[in-house]
Design a protein around this ligand. Structure first.
Ligand SMILES: NC(=O)c1ccc[n+]([C@@H]2O[C@H](COP(=O)([O-])OP(=O)(O)OC[C@H]3O[C@@H](n4cnc5c(N)ncnc54)[C@H](OP(=O)(O)O)[C@@H]3O)[C@@H](O)[C@H]2O)c1
Length: 273
């Protein structure tokens, strides 16, 4: 089996590269600005360049494409890039798994299951929603998997790095009024791998079982890592005036029963040992 992972140099991408390499699959992985080595055939790729995407996919001839590449502030990468990857994967007859985000929702509803319609609030959420629409149209057999904050055990996810900085006295606050359903990167990657291996198509949710605030998440990370959680200051997203979803609860009632991996909540996977 030949697997192509876009955004292989990213946090989720690196975990997917490790997992697929461990299965003995041939893995081609892409990076944009952070050259990476080991466990895959690494290629530079800018997904904004349709011809470059076409040419790489034609050369690699993957059986499976996992599209994780995105850039939060860049529509051309997040939306156009997803369209380029979806079109190329479909032309090549590859199975496609597209990673999406809870950011396609505003947070105005009390919870969002797999049947909920996107109602994005931010340019990033709109770009991810546009990407979903293109992927589903170009490739109705694709898996579109929405997820929430991604956290790991190695301290290297952006949320862990931020917490470590704040616990060391760095400037900034964690919001007590912004809620998400953080997922462990290994649960997410395992879920994506399971969905990829089946013949599932459409929208899936892979998020952690517990809605918690950014502040609570930081406290849990600090305690797990033996850091001074009292150094982390609380803030209010509402008071900050930063626009965006406040209370965004992604639930997985249609997806969890399809998976053997249990999507743990943050209070469980960050429990101090
Ligand atoms: N992180 C979260 O908490 C979170 C929450 C919900 C959904 N998601 C979704 O999960 C997926 C993966 O997130 P992540 O946190 O693993 O992301 P990440 O660590 O920021 O990695 C993003 C990847 O995209 C690549 N990339 C950026 N611009 C590119 C371009 N123009 N062309 C090709 N590649 C480009 C980056 O390459 P370089 O690093 O080499 O520049 C990197 O490999 C994304 O689709 C995101 O929307 C993430």
């Amino acid at each position: 089996v030949h697997v192509l992972i876009t955004g292989g140099s990213g946090y989720l991408g690196r975990e997917l590269v490790r997992r697929y390499a461990a299965t003995g699959a041939a893995v081609t992985a892409t990076y944009a600005t952070r050259p990476t080595d080991g466990e895959a055939d690494w290629r530079w790729l800018d997904v904004r360049d349709r011809a470059a995407v076409d040419s790489l996919v034609r050369e690699v001839r993957p059986d499976l494409v996992l599209h994780t590449a995105y850039r939060q502030s860049d529509w051309a990468t997040t939306a156009d890039g997803a369209a380029h990857v979806a079109a190329a994967a479909t032309d090549a007859g590859a199975r496609l798994v597209h990673v999406s985000s809870d950011a396609v929702f505003s947070g105005h509803a009390s919870a969002y299951d797999e049947s909920a319609r996107p109602d994005p609030f931010t340019p990033y959420g709109a770009a991810k929603a546009a990407a979903e629409t293109v992927v589903a149209t170009v490739n109705p057999g694709a898996v579109i998997a929405r997820t929430s904050l991604i956290v790991g055990s190695d301290g290297l996810s952006p949320n862990e790095l931020l917490t470590h900085r704040l616990a060391a006295g760095g400037d900034g606050v964690l919001f007590t009024d912004e809620f998400r359903c953080p997922v462990h990167v290994t649960d997410l990657a395992a879920g994506l791998q399971e969905l990829a291996a089946g013949d599932h198509a459409g929208i899936f949710h892979i998020a952690g079982a517990d809605p918690i605030s950014r502040y609570e998440l930081g406290i849990l990370i600090a305690r797990r890592d033996g850091l001074d959680s009292t150094a982390i200051r609380q803030g209010s997203r509402v008071a900050s005036g930063i626009p965006g979803p406040l209370d965004l609860r992604l639930v997985c009632p249609a997806t969890q029963p399809l998976l053997s991996v249990r999507l743990r909540g943050a209070t469980e996977f960050l429990r101090a040992t």
